[in-house]
Ligand binder design. Sequence first.
Ligand code: HEM
Length: 342
Amino acid sequence: MFSLKKLDGLPEGTEVDILELFTKTTLDVIGLAAFNFNFDALIQPNDETRAFEGVLEEFSNRMKKYIFLPRWMYLNLTSSGRNFRRNIDILRKATENIINKRLTQLKDQKSTENTSKDMLDHMIDACLDNDKDISKISMTALRDEIMTFLFAGHDTTSTAMTWFVASMCQNPTEQEKVLQEIDSVIKTEVPTMHDLGLLTYTTMCFKESMRIHPPVGLIGRESITDVEINGTVVPKGTFFGLDIKASQINPNVFPDPEKFDPSNFDQNSPKATTSAHQFAAFSLGPRNCIGQQFGLLEARTILGLVFKKYTFKLTHPEDVWTAFGLMSKPKGGLKVTIHKRS
Ligand code: HEM
C-alpha cells in the first residue's frame, strides 16, 4: 500500500530520499481520499505532480530572495515568479478538470444526494444556492478551495513523517519502543481504526517530533484593528509573522527544549503538554488546521505500515538541517538507506 509499493521493490541498503517518497504518497492519499482523483505521483509522476513541487519550490524561493518585492513585480519580472505562474496554471486546469468531471456526473444523477460523499461533494454542496442549480456554481471559488486543500493536505503531513523518520534514526531507544508497539498492534495488512488508536507511544513520538520540527514553522496574520502589545500600538493592517517553532522550544516550558522526550505528550505524566500554546504545530484559533485528525491518522497508518517492515539509517547523520522556506523541511531532503526488518 502506498509508500510500501515503492519500498518493496528496492534492494536492501538502497538510498532513498524519504521526503520525496512521503510527499508523493501524501499527494496520492489526499487526491484519492478527498476528491476520488488518482495523481499516481508515487508510481508515475506527471505534469501535475511536478507542478505541485514547482509551486512549493518557487514559493520558498520567493520567501528567501524576493520577500520585499511587490507581488506583481515578483510574478512578472522574475524567472521564479513566471515559473510559479506556469505551475499554478497547470494545477488550475487539473483542478477544473476534476470539478468538471464531478459536475457532469452529478448532472447525470440529477441530484447531489448520492450515498457516499467525499470532500469534493461536500464542497460542491457548500457552493450551491438554495435552488441547488449546479450551473450557477462559482468555478473560481471551488477551484481555489480545492487547491488550498491539496496544498495544505499533503506537504505538511509528509514533512512531519520525514522528521519522524529522522527522529527515530537519532533516538534508537525510542525507535525500539515504537517498533515493539507497532509489532504488537498491527497484525493485518491494513491497520484498523482500533489499531491506530492503540499506537499511543508512536503518536507521542510523532507529536514530539513535530514539537521540535513543526512542519509549518511560521504563520502569518494581519491585524484588523490597531492593537497594543506590551505598550506599543501596532496599527491596523500590520502583517505579523508568528514563530511556531520558537513557542514550542521555549525553555521556560521545556527545560531541555531540543531533547527528544516523548513523555512531553504522555497524558499520564504531570509534565505533559497541556496548553494549546505549548504545542501549536496545527496552529491555533479560528484558522487553525482543519485536517489535523486526518493528518494524524494518515501518518500513523503510513508510518505503522512502513516501520512494521523497515528501519532506516541516515546517510549523512551529521548533515540534517532545517531548510528555510514555506515548510520547515530537512534541507536537501532526507537521504536514508532502507533496511528490511527480520
Ligand atoms: C501533520 C500534518 C499537518 C500539519 C502540521 C498542518 C498544519 C497546519 C497549520 C499550521 C495550519 C494553519 C495555518 C495558519 O494558521 O495560518 C493549517 C491550515 C490548514 N490545514 Fe493543515 N496541517 C496538517 C495536515 C493537514 C491535512 C492532512 C489537511 C487536509 C486534509 C489540512 C488542511 C488544512 C487546511 C484546509 C488549512 C487552512 C484552514 C484555514 O485557512 O481556515 N492540513 N495546517
